[in-house]
Design a protein around this ligand. Sequence first.
Ligand SMILES: *Cc1c(COP(=O)(O)O)cnc(C)c1O
Length: 364
Amino acid sequence: MAQLRIPGPTPCPDEVLQAMTKQMINHRGEGFGQILHGVIANLKELFQTKNDVFLLTASGTGVMEAAIVNTLSPGDRVLAVSVGVFGERFATIAREFGAEVTALKFEWGKAADPDAIRQALHADPKIKAVLLTHNETSTGVTNDLATLSSIVKEFDKLLLVDTISSLGSIKLPLDDWHCDVAITGSQKGWMAPPGLAMVSVSEKAWQAHQSAKMPRFYWDFAKLRSYLEKGQTPFTPAISTVFALSVSLEMMLREGLANIIARHTRVGQTARDGVKSLGLSLFADESHASNTVTAIAISNGLDASKLRRILREEHQIILSGGQQSLADKIFRIGHLGWITEADIAEVVGALKVALPQAGFRGAS
Ligand SMILES: *Cc1c(COP(=O)(O)O)cnc(C)c1O
C-alpha cells in the first residue's frame, strides 16, 4: 500500500474505511440524528469549545467562504493576514464578496509578526474583522495564534481563523484563543475522507451574523443551527463521510487529545531532524515550523519532480510539491492524522536513497 504523505487527503484507518461501506440511511431519520449529535458532541470536545459547531458538506474552502459570508457585509473593512497561499485565498474570498480588504502579507516561510498586526489595527479603527491562518499548509509555518488572537481581542475585533490543517492535530484551544469562527475539513487531521467541513461559531460571530449582508444560501449558519436542533443538516450531507468521521472521532477520543498533540509534536520533530540529517534545509523559519506539514527547500542540484517520481515509483511514497510560486522552490511532507514516527522514519529512509538519484549533491 502506498504511503500518502501529503497534507490532505490523509490516509484513513481500516475501521474508518469500513464505516463507509454501510448502506445509505434517511438523512431526515432518527438514526442519522443520533449519529450527527454524537459527531457534534465529539467535535466540541476535540475543538475545546463551548461554541456552536456545525457540519457542512464541502471541502475546506467552502467553509472559508461560509465564515466570511455569514459574518460580514459588502464594504466592511477586513484585515487579512497572510503568510502563504491559503492566507491569500482567505483574503481573495473576502474581496470577491465585497469586503474592503487590507492585506497584511509576510514573507513566505515566515510567521506573522504580532507587532505589525497591532500597528495595522491601530492605524484603521474601522476594521471589523481579522482573517488569520493558524497553520499555513503551503509553507509549513504555524502562526503563534495565542499571541495573535490576544492582540485581535485587545482591539475587540471579530476573529475568523483558518484552522483547517491544525485543529485536532496541534495545540489549539479554540475558546481560550478567542476564535470566533474556526474551520477545518475531514480530510486533514481527522483521519477521514474528504467531503465534510466543520465550523465553530461564537456568540460574537452570531451577533455579526445578525447584521451580515453578504449573499448566502447554502452556507447560512442560521439554517445549520435550526436543522441541527432536529438532528439534521439543511441539505443532503455526505452520509458515508459522516459514518467515517463518527468512527475516526471515537478513535481520536480513545487516544486522547493531549496524546494526539504530543504525537504530532514528535512526528514533526522527527521529520525536521530527518530531513536536516540528509543535508536538506527547511523552508520555514524553524521557530515556527509546523507539526503537520514540513516544507523543504529545493537546493544543491536537486530535481524535486524527479525525486517525487522516484519516491512514488520505487518506494510507493507520495509527497507534495510546492504551490503557485513555490512550485520550483519547495516540496512538502504531510504528517497529520493517522501517522507515527515510524512512518516518517520510512520517508526519511527512502529520501536518503532517492536524493542522490535526483541530482542532490548534499549540503554545500
Ligand atoms: C487544505 C487547506 C485548505 C483548503 O481546503 P480544501 O479542502 O482543499 O478546500 C485551506 N486552508 C488550509 C490551511 C488548508 O490546509
